[in-house]
Structure formats: structure tokens, C-alpha cells
Design a protein around this ligand. Structure first.
Ligand SMILES: Nc1ncnc2c1ncn2[C@@H]1O[C@H](COP(=O)(O)OP(=O)(O)O)[C@@H](O)[C@H]1O
Ligand SMILES: Cc1ncc(COP(=O)(O)O)c(N)n1
Length: 302
């Protein structure tokens, strides 16, 4: 087959330009071939699969890649999901979740971990047990409870387990409006409410809390509140006017875990992660009939 090395071509799809990376299809081994071995940081996501590719494990692994971190994954459940909603969820046995974590940690090692959709109490308890047993840190806990499309992603009784078993192990906790209301017992309507919730959750035993504003009204949609026991900071970006916000929380928490894996301090990791999710929101994917995902690969666009 003829070599295509050096040839570039463009594919146009709904106004987006993709650059095809030139691939040399003629395989030949020569002494001049140079192999560059990389030793990237490794991050682990413990989360659910989203068949639509917008949230969950799929969003996490793409985010890890764009933060130049090798992504590993322990699946907790499989959702049948698209831009319109979730039609079915199948849980994995807690032992299967534990085995995946052990396999990754025992051989490859991880420098940053995040949890996403954990689905039920048994899985939450098993994950907390493994995090403790294997001394996994730094840990980002995204306490996923309900999807953007309104589907319940966590059993009611698992909320207590998240609060009592998992949150105390986290370096960073990232509740959205709905989750912050449950964890703080406060209603969130304003920036002052977000600050009060962050403090209340923080004083319950989380080293650092980021209350996310995606579900807040109006201009608060780009605003998050950070509290680490000392600093109360407001992270503000402009509101991006798009309905394609599927996977924002997963992307943010995965990017924080990746930045922590690079050795960043938690607050700096959060700032970097927010920049990434904001740009991904600025390049959303208008796919499907409902709420499309954020555009993780915007850095590749010309
Ligand atoms: N329309 C928007 N404009 C700007 N930032 C947004 C918007 N929606 C969400 N975000 C940001 O995306 C991140 C994820 O937040 P959020 O959407 O609340 O999480 P979740 O997906 O868990 O509900 C936060 O940093 C939030 O401020
Ligand atoms: C497997 C899985 N994990 C997490 C979410 C939450 O993401 P979002 O709040 O953007 O719907 C989801 N919908 N599916």
C-alpha cells in the first residue's frame, strides 16, 4: 500500500474541521527507528459506563488523555444512556469493582484517583474499603447522585455511606447544586447559599469542597465555591450559553484528579481543571436529540 506519510486531508462535518494525522502505512524496521518510552502519571477513575460516551468512564478517560495522564478504570456499573436519558443500569458485583482496583494498583500504581457514579451502598462501602486498605490518594470524590437529564444514579441508602465512609477519605469533594443541598441540608439559590453550603459541608469533615454552580440559576452557572477549612474562594467564569452540558461534572473531577496526579496542589488543580471544562463547554458536541456532551477534544481543533 502506498505511503500516506506527509499527506494531510480534511474532513468537514457540520462546520467542524478535523485534521487527520499522517500515518505511515509502510512498516519497515531500521536501526534508525527511535522509540521514546514515556512514564506519564497514572490516574484511576472508579465510575460507571455511559454508552452515549458523554459522561462517566468515557468522559473521564478522554479527560485524562487531554491532561497527558494515562487513564485506568474500575467500572462500577453499565448504563444504557444517550443524550435523552438513562434507560437501564446494571451494577457490577462489589468484588468485581475491588478486583479492578487491585489489578491496577498492584501493577501499574496510581498518582490520582476519582470516584464518580457508584450506584449502590455495597459498591460505595467496597470502594471506601479499598481506598483505605491500599492507601489510595489523592482522591477526588464526585458524589454523583442524579444525572443532568434527571435520572437517579445513586440509591437513597448509599448517600449515608458516601457521607460517612467515602467523603472522609477525599482530598477534594465536588458536589453540584443538588448534591450540595443534600449534603449541607441547605437550599441553594444564591452565591451566599453556595458559600454557606461549602462551609457547612467542609466542617462535616471534607478537607476541601468545591460546590459547583452548573445547576444554579442565571449567571451563577459558571461560578463554583471552594472551601478548604481556611480559604473560601469564588471561582468564576462566564456562563457558556449551551444546552449541551452532559458530562461537565465528570470532566471537572477527572481533570482535578489528573492535575493532582501531576503533583499540583488541590486549589491549583481545581483552577486548571475549571479552565479545561470551560473550554470543553465552549466547544460542545451537538449530537443526538437531547443534551449533547462537552467537547473534550477541543485542543485538536484547528
Ligand atoms: N453553562 C455553563 N457555563 C459555564 N460553566 C458551567 C456551565 N455549566 C456548568 N459549568 C461548570 O461546569 C463544572 C461542572 O459543574 P456542574 O455542571 O454543576 O456539575 P454536574 O455535572 O455534576 O452537575 C463547574 O465548574 C461549573 O461551573
Ligand atoms: C455513568 C454516568 N456517570 C455520571 C453521570 C452524570 O453526568 P451528568 O450529570 O452530566 O449527566 C452520568 N449521566 N452517567
Amino acid at each position: 500500500m502506498a505511503s500516506r506519510c506527509g499527506r494531510r486531508w480534511w474532513r468537514r462535518h457540520q462546520g467542524i474541521q478535523f485534521t487527520k494525522i499522517p500515518v505511515n502505512l509502510e512498516f519497515s524496521v531500521s536501526e534508525a527507528t527511535v522509540v521514546t518510552e514515556l512514564r506519564p502519571p497514572v490516574a484511576l477513575t472508579i465510575a460507571g459506563s455511559d454508552s452515549g460516551g458523554g459522561a462517566g468512564i468515557q468522559a473521564d478517560l478522554r479527560t485524562f488523555a487531554f491532561q497527558r495522564v494515562h487513564g485506568t478504570a474500575a467500572l462500577t456499573c453499565v448504563t444504557a444512556q444517550n443524550t435523552l436519558g438513562v434507560s437501564r443500569v446494571d451494577a457490577l458485583p462489589p468484588e468485581a469493582v475491588a478486583a479492578q482496583i487491585e489489578a491496577v494498583v498492584g501493577d501499574i500504581g496510581v498518582q490520582g484517583i476519582k470516584t464518580g457514579m457508584l450506584l449502590n451502598q455495597e459498591i460505595v462501602q467496597e470502594v471506601a474499603h479499598q481506598v483505605e486498605r491500599l492507601g489510595l490518594n489523592p482522591l477526588v470524590v464526585d458524589p454523583v447522585m442524579v444525572s443532568r437529564t434527571g435520572a437517579k444514579l445513586l440509591a437513597e441508602e448509599a448517600i449515608v455511606a458516601i457521607r460517612e465512609r467515602l467523603i472522609p477519605l477525599a482530598q477534594v469533594l465536588t458536589p453540584n447544586r443538588y448534591e450540595a443541598q443534600i449534603l449541607s441540608g441547605l437550599e441553594l439559590h444564591s452565591l451566599e447559599d453556595m458559600k454557606a453550603a461549602a462551609e457547612r459541608i467542609g466542617y462535616q469533615g471534607s478537607p476541601a469542597v468545591l460546590v459547583k454552580g452548573g445547576g444554579m440559576p442565571g449567571e451563577l452557572q459558571g461560578v463554583d465555591v471552594w472551601f478548604d477549612g481556611q480559604r473560601l474562594e469564588v471561582l468564576k467564569t462566564e456562563r457558556i450559553p449551551t444546552r449541551h452540558t452532559h458530562g461537565t461534572g465528570c470532566t471537572l473531577s477527572a481533570a482535578i484528579a489528573a492535575q493532582l496526579a501531576w503533583g499540583k496542589e488541590p486549589f491549583e488543580a481545581v483552577q486548571q481543571a475549571k479552565l479545561y471544562v470551560t473550554e470543553a463547554l465552549r466547544h460542545p458536541l451537538a449530537i443526538g436529540a437531547g443534551q449533547g456532551p462537552v467537547g473534550h477534544f477541543y485542543p485538536l481543533l484547528g
